[in-house]
Design a protein around this ligand. Structure first.
Ligand code: PLP
Length: 272
């Protein structure tokens, strides 16, 4: 489906995700990230999350009929160049998004398989994990962190980058989908991320970009921001490897300036 992508200077990007009223993660982070990377941002809320930089207080999931209304309100009117999917909260939400995807077929879909926040709070019901696994073959890029990668494979989280890469290759092989493997949660001096594709759609089967780790605890919403940036830059350039290089460069800057923001007392946001 990626080959049908019509490149646009300002691609129209739809985020389908949960919210963060403090503006650091979820839909709010996606919109900032899309704008910062040259896209026009749109958003459909799967779940309303009462959270701040210290943690999640509660989650409200509107009826799926209303989710469907939001999705069709956008797609009945706007040509969507790319979709980023984030927090899906529960099984019936996944089913609804999947059914919309099969009807509306945007040319590019990036899935961030959100499961648990850094604070330890669950953002996906355990009973929905299999449905999330089953959604992967429907998308163009999946962006798991080391913990999500392990859950998707039914394995233990890997402790080294080499092992994470192996797991990424296994997920790509079993789903046929390109995997953006992320090393940010490892305890290494560098922050490596790699695009892994076992089907040979990339020029190389692994494209890796490692940058020095920025020393900050203000990393709230980094995963959300990264996945929506990838959707945006890919819709502009049509080149996954170039997108990763460009996005990593932007993210490095956003992390480097995170401490300037002084937002909240917990894990604060990055500087979009
Ligand atoms: N809140 C929402 C709505 C999210 O989608 C996510 C992650 O994807 C988070 C919070 C987690 O943010 P973090 O783990 O970066 O604190």
């Amino acid at each position: 489906r990626t080959s049908q992508l019509a490149l646009r200077q300002t691609p129209r990007i739809l985020s389908i995700a949960g919210t963060d009223p403090t503006g650091g993660a979820g839909v709010q982070a996606d919109l900032k990230s899309i704008a910062a990377n040259g896209g026009y941002g749109m958003a459909v809320m799967t779940a309303l999350v009462a959270q701040n930089t210290r943690g999640v207080r509660s989650v409200h999931t509107p009826p799926v009929a209303f989710l469907r209304e939001q999705l069709h309100a956008v797609s009945d009117d706007v040509t969507i160049d790319a979709v980023k999917i984030g927090m899906l909260a529960q099984l019936d939400v996944i089913t609804e998004v999947r059914s919309w995807l099969s009807e509306c077929r945007p040319p590019l879909v990036v899935l961030d398989p959100v499961m648990v926040a850094t604070s330890g709070d669950r953002l996906l019901e355990p009973s929905a994990e299999q449905a999330l696994r089953d959604l992967i073959p429907q998308v163009d890029l999946v962006t798991p962190n080391v913990f999500e990668l392990a859950v998707l494979l039914g394995e233990h989280p890997a402790a080294t980058w080499a092992k994470v890469l192996e797991q990424g290759k296994r997920l790509s092989a079993s789903t046929g989908v390109t995997v953006l493997v992320k090393g940010g949660h490892l305890n290494e001096a560098n922050c490596p991320d790699a695009l892994v594709n076992t089907q040979g759609l990339l020029a190389r089967s692994v494209v890796e970009v490692a940058l020095p780790r920025i020393s900050t605890s203000n990393t709230h919403g980094t995963g959300c921001s990264l996945s929506s940036a990838m959707a945006t830059v890919q819709a502009r350039t049509g080149d996954w490897a170039q997108s990763l290089v460009e996005v990593k460069d932007w993210l490095q800057d956003a992390l480097a300036h995170a401490d300037d923001l002084e937002v909240g007392q917990g894990n604060g946001p990055i500087h979009h």
